[in-house]
Ligand binder design. Structure first.
Ligand code: PRP
Length: 178
C-alpha cells in the first residue's frame, strides 16, 4: 500500500494551540510537584519535540532521560508487539518519574512502559501524552496529563511521523476519519 501524500492531511492543531496547551501542562506538572524533583523520560522518537517544549514549561528541578521502543515498524498500524530498542541510563528507584509520549493510541506501548518502569520502584510514576486517541485505547492505568483527546484519525507533525517523514512540521495534521 502506498502512503498518502502530505496534501491528504488537514489541519488539526496549530503550533500556537500546541504551545498554549504545552504551557498549561507544564504549569500543572510544576504545581503537582512543587518542592520535589523529577526525572522526565521521553519516548523517542515521536516525543522529542513535545518533550523539549514541555521541560522548558516545567519549573521544578528535573533530569531528562530517553528510551525507545517500537511497534509500528514504519506503517500506519501497530504490529501488536512492543520492542525495547534502548533504555534510560539512570536508576529511577525512589524518584518521581514522568513518562512523556507524543500519542497514546491502542495503549500497547503505554501499558508496556508503565509496567516495565513500575518494576523499578519509582517514588511515583505518572504518564503524560500530548495526544490521546481515546476510542482505540485499552489501558491498565490512568493517563495523568493529556494534551488533547483526538478522534480516530492518523496524525502527523510536531514529532509524529508517517514512515519517518513529517516529524518536523510545527503543526499537527490529520487524515480524514477512517
Ligand atoms: C508511536 C508513539 C507511541 C506509540 C503509540 O511510536 O510514539 O510510542 O506509537 O501507539 P500505541 O498506543 O498503539 O502503542 P512509534 O512506534 O510509531 O515510534 P516513533 O515514536 O519513533 O514514531
Amino acid at each position: 500500500m502506498t502512503n498518502p501524500p502530505l496534501d491528504a492531511f488537514g489541519p488539526l492543531y496549530t503550533s500556537a494551540q500546541i504551545a498554549a496547551r504545552v504551557r498549561e501542562l507544564g504549569a500543572q506538572i510544576s504545581r503537582d510537584f512543587a518542592g520535589e524533583q523529577l526525572i522526565v523520560v521521553g519516548v523517542l522518537k515521536g516525543a522529542a519535540l513535545f518533550m523539549s517544549d514541555l521541560i522548558r514549561a516545567i519549573d521544578v528541578p528535573l533530569r531528562c532521560d530517553f528510551l525507545r521502543v517500537s511497534s509500528y515498524e514504519g506503517g500506519l498500524k501497530s504490529t501488536g508487539v512492543v520492542r525495547f530498542e534502548f533504555d534510560i541510563t539512570q536508576t529511577i528507584e525512589d524518584q518521581n518519574v514522568i513518562l512523556v509520549e507524543d500519542i497514546v493510541d491502542t495503549g500497547l506501548t503505554a501499558n508496556f512502559l508503565y509496567e516495565n518502569l513500575k518494576l523499578r520502584r519509582p517514588k511515583s510514576l505518572r504518564f503524560c501524552t500530548l495526544l490521546h486517541k481515546s476510542a482505540n485505547t485499552k489501558i491498565n492505568f490512568d493517563l495523568d496529563y493529556i494534551g488533547f483527546t483526538i478522534p480516530n484519525r492518523f496524525v502527523i507533525g510536531y514529532g509524529l511521523d508517517l514512515d519517518g517523514l513529517y516529524r518536523n512540521l510545527p503543526d499537527i495534521r490529520a487524515l480524514p476519519e477512517d
